[in-house]
Every structure is written in C-alpha cells, then in structure tokens.
Write a protein that binds this ligand. Structure first.
Ligand SMILES: Cc1ncc(COP(=O)(O)O)c(C=O)c1O
Length: 360
C-alpha cells in the first residue's frame, strides 16, 4: 500500500533553472552567467541589502507573523485595506496556500499550457484535477478557458504576463472573460511580472479585487526588487476571499530579513527605475539581435524573452551551458525549438548573442 497521498507519486517534480555553482563545477568554467530564472541582473535593491544587515542582529526573535508593516506599505499603492493582503514565503508558497484554502479533492483547476508549473503542483497536491487548454499564438486563450469551465471548476489561473511566453492579456479581453465567470469559480491572476509591462492595454487583476469579485492577485518581490533569495510574495483579494485564504498561513511564513528587505525595497525608487530601464534596453537589444539570427520572438512583457530558434532548442541549451551561459530550453514546456531567456545586463546580453553567433 502506498504511503503517499493520492496523486503525489505521479506528481512530476518542478524543474528549476540550474544553479551557477553546479554549472561551474560540471564544465570547469569560472565565468558562468544565469539567464534562466528571471532574476534581477542588477542584484538586489541596495536599500534592501542595508535593511537585511540591520535586521540581522534580531534573528533570535520570531518575525511579525503577518508582515504588518509591509501590508500597510503595500496597501497604500493598491488602495485596499492592509487586511486584504497576505504575505508569505514567496509567491510559490502563496499559490500553494491558495489551493489549500479553496481546492477540494476532485475540483477542477484550469489554466492555459504552457504556463507556470506551480499551478499544476499546487492543484494535484490538494487532490484537484488539473486541466489545461492550449495557449493561442503563445497567449492566454481566455475564450477557450471560459468555454472549458464546468460546474466542477473551482479555480482558473491566469498568468499575466505569462511565464514562459511573456505575453499579456488585455483589459478588454479580461473584461469579457470576467463577465463569463460563474460565482463558484475563483480567478487567480498571477502578476509576478506586472511591473515590467509597458503596454497600456495590460489588464491588472486589481480592478476585480476592487469590484469584490471572486479573485486573487498574486505578486512578488523576487523580480523587480531583486529579492528572489529572500522569498517574499503576496496575495491581494477582496475581504470575503482573503478571510478564507489567511487561514492557511503558516505561523511565521516570512522571516525577519525578508520582511525588512521587502519593506526597504518598496521605496527604493532609484533601483526600481534602474531595473526597468535596464530591462527595456536589454529587451530591445535581444529582440533585435534574435530577429537578425532568424529567431521569432513572442511579444515580451516581462524580464525574459520566449523565442523560436527554428532549431533544436535542447542542443542550443547544451552548447550555451558548455560555454557558461544558462538559459532554459522550450522542450520543458513542449516547445522543442524555443528558448526562454531572462534579460540580463547589457554585457550579459551581448555575451549571449556573441556566443549564439559562434554556435550557429
Ligand atoms: C509566473 C510566476 N509566478 C510566480 C512565481 C514565483 O515567485 P516567487 O519567487 O515569489 O515564489 C514565478 C517565479 O518565477 C513566476 O514566474
């Protein structure tokens, strides 16, 4: 008899980007760059690093269980009550708490494929049935998603911008979609990359939080603020949803260093501006260079680019690895000729293009 809960044995493990040290060791290269996990190439917000150092002497104490100061700070920009925000140990953990709070065994959870893999894991862990409809032209197909909703559907994840493709759904598309959502369904908008979006048609899920719909918006300090290593993510929801969601929170989910870092980073406007500027420049450069190489890139709205190389992506990934560049090949998501490349510093981007030219 199996000791595991139903479904766990068949649950495929999440495949993360490879760590720099591992690649250094395997290939005997000192100078390895990672453009694989959509981290901030500028590093962390310097204000956050100072705050971590200051907070370090307090780590003998348990942290504030609800990250109250951070909720207060975030609530100002979001125009919600601090109690409508739940901060936890990275948005990955927030996503799991969301399914813990709402997904019963046998409930259907819908999203498009490919998208962020944690939706699958979080659903199956709870005994939910994970169902996907394909992206259309690498974009979330909200019409197909709405059509796939049944009376068994409990939750729909909308990743906007979508990881791995970087594409967005627009205000008009989401408005039409939300009009079709029945009251037994919760829509989760994963907006891990929303700060990077320049397109004015981009739809933020906050509109529906303010309308008191059955929605949750997820965000993170991992990307724009350069705090992936501190693991701080959060959910925003109307009170009737948040009151349920918060019950799943662990006693002290965000450590003292993470709370201090996120609070300081939220006001580090210089770092935010520098990150956005660098991302725009890197995106423009890579999009143009990929086009010159004959690659077809999807509309990139995050800090990464999804591009069709029209060649074996796995082989390219390997050859780049051997030359000290970690990217992610699209086969992981069922796209054999695609690559997902995080936008690095200009120097890193130039090295990537130079190396690709050598390989090709
Ligand atoms: C779409 C998406 N959602 C959530 C996350 C998780 O973010 P966090 O680092 O806060 O766990 C990521 C991280 O890559 C992501 O790409």
């Amino acid at each position: 008899m199996s000791l595991s809960r139903k479904g766990i044995e068949d649950l495929k493990l999440y495949v993360p980007g490879r760590p720099i040290d591992e690649v250094k060791k395997q290939y005997g290269i000192d100078d390895v760059i990672k453009l694989a996990s959509n981290e901030n190439p500028l590093g962390a917000s310097p204000a956050a690093v100072r705050a971590i150092i200051e907070a370090a002497s307090n780590v003998n104490m348990y942290p504030d269980p609800i990250s109250a100061k951070l909720c207060e700070r975030l609530s100002k920009n979001l125009n919600v009550q601090p109690s409508q925000i739940m901060v936890s140990n990275g948005m990955d953990n927030v996503l799991l708490l969301i399914t813990e709070a709402f997904v019963n065994e046998g409930d259907e959870v819908l999203t498009c494929a490919p998208s962020f893999d944690t939706y699958r894991i979080s659903t199956i862990v709870m005994g939910g049935k994970f169902k996907t409809v394909p992206l259309k032209n690498h974009r979330f197909d909200l019409n197909a998603l709405a059509d796939a909703i049944t009376e068994k559907t409990k939750m729909v994840f909308v990743c906007n911008p979508n990881n791995p493709t970087g594409t967005i759904v627009t205000k008009a598309e989401v408005e039409e979609f939300m009009a079709k959502i029945p009251t037994h369904v919760i829509v989760v908008f994963d907006e891990a990359y929303y700060e990077f979006v320049d397109n004015t048609e981009y739809a933020q899920g906050m509109k529906y939080v303010h309308e008191n719909r059955n929605v949750i918006v997820g965000r993170t300090f991992s990307k724009l603020y350069g705090l992936a290593g501190t693991r701080v993510g959060y959910a925003i929801a109307p009170a009737h949803i948040m009151n349920i969601l918060k019950r799943t929170l662990a006693p002290f989910p965000v450590n003292i260093l993470g709370q201090a870092a996120a609070l300081a980073a939220a006001d580090d406007f210089e770092f935010i501006e520098n990150t956005l500027k660098l991302n725009r420049a890197g995106k423009e450069y890579l999009m143009a260079e990929f086009a010159k190489l004959g690659f077809d890139s999807s509309d990139a709205n995050g800090n990464f680019i999804w591009t069709d190389t029209h060649r074996d992506g796995r082989e390219l990934e390997q050859k780049l690895l051997q030359r000290g560049i970690i990217i992610r090949a699209g086969y992981l998501w069922g796209f054999d000729t695609h690559l997902r490349v995080s936008i690095g510093t200009l120097e890193q981007c130039e090295r990537l293009i130079k190396t690709l030219k050598e390989i090709l």
